[in-house]
Design a binder for this molecule. Structure first.
Ligand code: NDP
Length: 337
């Protein structure tokens, strides 16, 4: 049996392009003891993958040139040599950019069974998966919001940001989003229920974006869930109230090597701010509680989400490059089956 996969063809020196990926057809490996073969139905595309393409200091090892691109996947067990799994089980796993994944099911967290009867399978890669848990952990364990506080999140229409604002609203906070374009902002306000959303593309410089934020957050900002960095982060930091909290989740504006500068570092001191970077996979003890709440929210329709779905493995590189440019609207997936 053969299957297709996408490998890292070479490392980008600056902006990534389709030439850095290669589609291959390979022999599907046999399934050793303790392993399962998963037929991948959906592949998750996530911003962190851009950092794994570089050979630079990071919290996780880079993908080697010639190796399959890493990635979260959902699919169905097609062959099992592990007693915990039978053919037909729906699973979430780190299958990578390929149609068939042979995985060691004995490794903790490698393959996890999911109940796809109340939550659609692809949602386990978004709202009820790693991005949803990221929102939950950063909000509840770093920002620790109190009712009545003002919480700002950027990349607000995306997989993580969309959940941050909805969870903050559920806690009685004022949720303010920042996103690119009128359509995304309308969605954030009208469908996700944020109190306001600022289109940063209409406010490119510090003064203009700061004025837009002042208009919707006249009492300042108590919690910032930071996904972007750069001028957006600078502006929100400048409006933080005393003892404000910043969950530093991502810095997507710098993932292609652009410099990331904090001009308002003095405010960290004068406003006695807490700023904490975090990686969701280092908080595994919090996942069960987070997944329970997120799963309930999605199953009951209280938590809303949106997906952009590319069709077929060959479409993955373009879709991934689009994600880095904001061409996705909600969680970016690739449908393989
Ligand atoms: P999204 O679904 O939000 O997609 C990325 C979005 O980022 C784009 O749609 C775009 O939205 C925005 N964006 C891209 N470039 C820029 C830019 N230069 N300036 C402003 N906005 C930009 O992705 P995710 O929800 O999956 O991820 C959001 C962030 O969370 C990322 O930084 C990611 O790395 C981080 N993350 C961190 C984790 C952790 O453990 N720390 C785990 C998961 C995610 P727009 O059109 O609005 O500009």
């Amino acid at each position: 049996m053969k299957h297709q996969r996408i490998v890292l063809a070479s490392r980008p020196q600056a902006e990534a392009g389709t030439e850095h990926f290669r589609l291959e057809t390979v022999e599907t490996p046999a399934v050793p003891e303790g392993h399962v073969r998963v037929q991948v139905h959906y592949l998750s595309l996530d911003p962190y993958m851009r950092m794994r393409m570089n050979d630079a200091k990071n919290y996780a090892a880079p993908v080697a040139v010639g190796e399959v691109m890493v990635g979260g996947t959902v699919g169905v067990v097609a062959e099992s040599k592990h007693e915990g799994f039978v053919v037909g089980d729906s699973v979430v796993c780190m299958g990578g950019w390929q149609e068939q994944a042979v995985l060691d099911a004995r490794q903790p967290g490698m393959v996890r069974k999911v109940d796809a009867s109340r939550v659609p399978l692809p949602a386990f890669l978004g709202a009820v998966g790693m991005p949803g848990v990221t929102a939950w952990v950063g909000l509840n364990h770093i920002i620790e919001p109190k009712a009545g506080e003002t919480i700002v999140v950027d990349a607000a229409s995306g997989a993580v940001g969309s959940m941050v604002g909805q969870l903050a609203k559920a806690k009685g906070c004022r949720a303010i989003g920042i996103a690119g374009g009128a359509d995304k902002c309308a969605y954030v306000r009208e469908e996700l229920g944020f109190d306001a959303c600022i289109d940063y593309k209409q406010h490119r410089d510090f003064a203009s974006l700061a004025a837009a934020l002042d208009a919707v957050a006249p009492r300042g900002v108590d919690g910032l869930f930071e996904n972007v960095g750069g001028v957006i982060m600078d502006v929100v930091l400048s409006r933080m109230n005393a003892f404000g909290r910043v969950a530093l989740c991502g810095l997507i504006s710098g993932y292609e090597g652009e410099p990331l500068v904090i001009h308002n570092a003095r405010l960290l001191l004068t406003q006695r701010l807490k700023l904490q970077g975090f990686i969701v996979s280092e908080h595994m003890q919090l996942w069960p509680a987070a997944l329970k709440e997120l799963g309930m929210g999605v199953a009951t329709g209280q938590l809303k989400y949106r997906e952009t779905v590319a069709q077929g493995l060959a479409a993955a590189p373009e879709a991934f490059l689009g994600l880095l440019k904001g061409r996705n609207f909600g969680k970016q997936l690739v449908k393989l089956v």
